[in-house]
Design a protein around this ligand. Structure first.
Ligand code: NAP
Length: 237
């Protein structure tokens, strides 16, 4: 084992579950963040990893998780903000989107990331080389969604796409605040994975999708910060 400690939000299933598994294979102590205690326990049993109850939309639960990590480990080296939600089409069409829907998606995909990151930053600042990875989407890329012959063109999901675009800017702002320190903050797109978020419609497995987050979570000192990557390399904003 290395002595690195990681926290992955939304890790009781899907891509987050696989990120925990792959970080564990690298000898990292990866903690499963799960909003549902029972689902977290089941994932912990399956992976043989620790878990902590953490609902990214509930600041009390996030603060309690930070206290638990401090008590157990004293610091945090890796934070993967992976928890995410979407709305099924056609509800994401701009004209069909209510502000209530927009708020619900932003609570998890945007505000939740800020709540968790700010709660964990004091612990991350104790790491000699903190890594923050934000699980974004290619659908956040204005360049990609505006390419007319791209398969992304029809996926005009305003709450989801705009939440992930906000997340990309949030990634850059944290990276800038931590500029000049050993910490690195990047965003990634896992690719279109077979998970519950898309009712199993993806092309690749969650394990394949987990790889880019794991790569960014384990970057060397000369690795990038404030960038956006897919499995094939850098993505345009
Ligand atoms: P998933 O299987 O639906 O998993 C989503 C995870 O997020 C679940 O563990 C879920 O917990 C958790 N979650 C949702 N709301 C939460 C909250 N308020 N607090 C804590 N955890 C919460 O979907 P996935 O595909 O693995 O998605 C993981 C991330 O990848 C998301 O950010 C998604 O936007 C992104 N992504 C996925 C794809 C894809 O093709 N699958 C592509 C691009 C980006 P519960 O089990 O309790 O619901």
């Amino acid at each position: 084992m290395t002595d690195k400690i990681a926290l992955v939000t939304g890790a009781n299933k899907g891509i987050g579950f696989e990120i925990v598994r792959q970080l564990g294979e690298r000898g990292i102590t990866a903690v499963i963040g799960a909003r549902d205690e029972l689902r977290g326990k089941e994932a912990a049993r399956e992976l043989g990893r620790p878990h902590v109850q953490l609902d990214v939309t509930d600041p009390d639960s996030v603060a309690a998780a930070a206290r638990w990590i401090e008590t157990e480990y004293g610091r945090l080296d890796i934070l993967v903000n992976n928890a995410g939600v979407t709305v099924a089409p056609p509800l994401g069409l701009p004209s069909a989107t209510t502000t209530g829907t927009l708020r619900r998606i932003y609570e998890t995909n945007v505000f939740g990331v800020v709540t968790v990151t700010n709660a964990m930053l004091p612990l991350l600042r104790r790491s000699p080389a903190a890594r923050i990875v934000n699980q974004s989407s290619e659908l956040a890329s204005m360049t990609r969604v505006m390419t007319e012959d791209s398969p992304l063109w029809p996926l005009n999901n305003m709450p989801y796409n705009s939440s992930k675009a906000a997340l990309n800017m949030i990634t850059v702002t944290y990276a800038k605040e931590l500029w000049g320190t050993p910490a690195k903050v990047n965003a990634c797109d896992p690719g279109y994975c077979v998970t519950d978020i898309n009712n199993g419609m993806g092309y690749i497995t969650a394990a394949e999708g987990a790889r880019i987050a794991v790569r960014l979570a384990t970057l060397d000192a000369d690795g990038p910060t404030a960038q956006f990557f897919g499995n094939e390399g850098p993505l345009p904003w």
